[in-house]
Write a protein that binds this ligand. Sequence first.
Ligand SMILES: Nc1nc2c(ncn2[C@@H]2O[C@H](COP(=O)(O)OP(=O)(O)OP(=O)(O)O)[C@@H](O)[C@H]2O)c(=O)[nH]1
Ligand SMILES: [Mg+2]
Length: 245
Amino acid sequence: MDQILEFGASLGLQPEVFVAILVVAVTLLLLVILKLASGGKRGNAVLLIGPCNGGKTTLFYRLKDGSTHLGTVSSMQENEGVVQVRNDKDRVVGSVRVLDLPGHPRLRSKMEQHLNDARAVVLVIDAADITPHRTEAAEDLFEVLTHPTVCGKRLPVLIACNKADLETQAHSVDFCRRTIEKQLDTMRKTRVALGGADSTRVTQALGKADKPLVLGSLRSSITAAAISAEKGDVAEVMQFLAKLV
Ligand SMILES: Nc1nc2c(ncn2[C@@H]2O[C@H](COP(=O)(O)OP(=O)(O)OP(=O)(O)O)[C@@H](O)[C@H]2O)c(=O)[nH]1
Ligand SMILES: [Mg+2]
């Protein structure tokens, strides 16, 4: 300590001034380290992704202006808009840019481009129809979690199990989550078995293939919620967005 104070004196600084400068410098350094450890800079768009017919466009309009979108056609282009984010007391607490991406397999490459600018992802699935669409849903999640720019970012992901209003047909959140988890595990095994640089990134993002994949233990925070975009039951999506602003 004496040596440090002597060093300060050699710079012509009073001991208390020198100590104050040191405290500020150490605090700043710690803040920088914390920021880096939390995964670096994220983009600024929230992406709505997922298989065709899941309800992304319906959710997009519901969030944007509370309107009911007549989802009769599959989207061929993305929709972009700003969503006013409200807290649970219905007060506007900020806004986020939201992108509704088409689920059509031929347009999936769009998602890859937008992931460079992603701040968070909402994977919208049809909870009544998850079993036949589990591969697409898991592929989308796989793409997100192993994307080179996302790998180091700890991107928040919400699995929105939509169409919860179809009470007798809609599967539970737990079922949807486990179905996607299992499918993602299968994809991880296949990709790791293929080897190469790609498999290193897969292991980095999804863990080693010798243990069962657990969504809750991945680097990115992955949560799931039951919603109904059509009936306006989207509070859990709003809560997810509120954590971003
Ligand atoms: N019952 C029910 N139907 C819904 C809900 N949300 C969307 N739908 C219906 O599901 C269909 C597909 O909705 P979209 O919002 O167009 O789905 P999408 O994910 O944008 O589909 P793509 O653009 O093809 O990727 C439409 O007929 C909607 O009316 C919901 O919460 N409950
Ligand atoms: Mg759409």
